[in-house]
Ligand binder design. Structure first.
Ligand code: AMP
Length: 487
């Protein structure tokens, strides 16, 4: 049910979060390929995953909470997912019974046949659409915004499935990379601004669509190209077909994918994520260099930035903090208490490289500041004489409504504090962030063109390129976030 509070999250299961999608058409081992692809995309969603495969007669699905490797480990499960076409999805969700009904891909028997749908992104008029659909008699099974797309397709008066998909998507606002499957093809669509990533690959005679190139690498597929902003691609027995069903819009891929979210070994829009992160570190060193003895990354996401910083500044790089890889990302754990504990579980000082040293700590971003406070405390306790923090992103001042999970604005440290106040809060001798122009330079641009920025950078600028229909009329939009603690 939609909350009667217009600012409350759309759902209690908090569906609006980061995800990975995968689709393959024309492979004998389609579901196994999808499972491998989802495994490579595990960083995009660690709490649930699902695959729907089509065996020529039936659609078979398996979805569960947990990690991809555990969900798709049994031969019995994989045997049930036979067929030459499959789509898959992984995501963050809350744990517990109720979350299962939201695990994607969603599936519906439409009047034109079976249809499965997986979505990465977040719709910004989902509540509005849902209200309309419910008034027309639609019965929602899940609390997800993705289900609204399914209903729009199901009830469309257009003739063919593809026309129905197009008609549905023309009513949708927000960021989406969708992968869908019918009995004879796979569809892949990127929203008109291309906020969330989506790429096309090839494996022999089979075609693959997925969130990141690292999911192509794992199955030995070759990268063909990025799906373009506003492009709808159809994969079927005759190959790849491309349509442009939306009015042209300026491309605005998400800049945060490059800073933090995507895997460093992925390429997006012809740009290497790892290279970009190193360049960000180099620009950071140019902009806010300081004399010190050692550059230490906050692992793992701060590592490429710290390498770039060290190379440019000539200050030695050391792994002065070691991360325990068997703990999930602290950021996604619900509740402040657990988040605090999580940081301690996750990181340990490599004392020998810290004691008696002036330390530059490099991290990719500060969100609430929880990680930074703990890390700085730890580095001081390990005997650092000075601690300087350098952040490979501008201050995060605004929430994301387009599919990256961020807390609501009031919880973002940079929304209420300037850099000096943040430095005091975190307990560092100095704190600096890369400038927004510096970030664009690291991305190969001359700077941020305020009239037509090349990326969606709303989290740093508040410049939201896609309408936030569900929040219009409210001064302070609420973040539709799984991070927000349940009331
Ligand atoms: P915080 O401790 O709240 O300041 O969060 C900052 C840390 O979380 C940084 O070390 C980032 O690597 C990581 N981070 C930033 N954004 C996200 C996100 N959307 N999801 C998960 N982790 C994030």
């Amino acid at each position: 049910m939609i909350s009667t509070n217009p600012l409350a999250p759309l759902d209690d299961d908090k569906f609006h979060e980061e995800c990975g999608v995968f689709g393959i058409f024309g492979s004998e081992d389609a579901a196994a390929m999808a499972a491998l692809g989802l495994h490579a995309l595990q960083h995009r969603g660690q709490e649930s995953a699902g695959i729907v495969a089509y065996d020529g007669k039936h659609f078979n699905a398996h979805r569960d909470l947990g990690h991809v490797g555990d969900i798709f480990s049994s031969e019995e499960v994989m045997a049930r997912l036979a067929g030459r076409a499959a789509i898959g999805h992984n995501r963050y969700s809350t744990t517990g019974e109720t979350a299962l009904r939201n695990v994607q891909p969603l599936f519906a028997d439409l009047s034109l046949g079976g249809f499965a749908l997986a979505h990465n992104g977040n719709l910004t008029n989902a509540r509005h659409l849902r209200r309309q659909l419910v008034n027309q008699g639609a019965i929602f099974q899940s609390t997800s915004d993705t289900e609204a797309i399914l209903h729009l397709i199901a009830t469309s008066e257009a003739g063919s499935l593809i026309d129905r998909i197009i008609a549905a998507l023309r009513q949708v606002e927000g960021a989406y990379s969708l992968v869908a499957m019918s009995s004879n093809c796979i569809f892949a669509v990127r929203d008109p601004m291309g906020v969330r990533p989506l790429v096309l690959g090839r494996l022999g005679n089979a075609y693959v669509v997925t969130s990141e190139t690292c999911a192509l690498d794992i199955i030995g597929a070759e990268f063909v190209r990025d799906i373009e902003a506003g492009e709808l691609v159809v994969l079927d027995e005759s190959g790849v077909h491309s349509l442009r069903p939306f009015p042209p819009a300026p491309r605005r891929p998400c800049i945060f994918e490059y800073i933090y979210f995507a895997r460093p070994d992925s390429m997006m829009e012809g740009i290497s994520i790892y290279e970009t992160r190193k360049r960000i570190g180099a620009v950071l060193s140019e902009e806010s260099g300081i004399d010190a003895d050692v550059v230490i990354p906050v692992p793992d996401s701060g590592v490429p930035g710290a390498i770039g910083y060290s190379e440019r500044s000539g200050i030695p790089f050391e792994l002065g903090i070691i991360r325990n890889h068997y703990v999930g990302r602290t950021f996604i754990e619900p509740g402040q208490q657990i988040r605090n504990l999580g940081v301690k579980l996750k990181h340990n000082a490599n004392r020998r490289y810290i004691e008696g040293k002036r330390v530059i700590l490099v991290d990719d971003s500060i969100v609430r500041g929880t990680t930074s406070v703990k890390i700085v405390e730890m580095v001081r306790a390990a005997g650092a004489t000075e601690v300087h923090m350098r952040i490979a992103a501008p201050p995060t001042t605004h929430s994301c409504f387009y599919g990256i999970d961020t807390p609501e604005r009031s919880e973002l440290l940079a929304s209420s504090m300037d850099v000096e106040a943040m430095a005091r809060h975190i307990g560092v001798d100095s704190l600096a962030f890369i400038s927004i122009d510096g970030l664009y330079r690291a991305m190969g641009e001359p700077g941020r063109d305020a009239a037509l920025p090349k990326f969606c950078d709303a989290c740093f600028t508040g410049d939201y390129p896609i309408r936030l229909t569900d929040f219009e009329g409210h001064n302070e939009p609420a973040q539709l976030s799984l991070l927000a603690e349940r009331a």
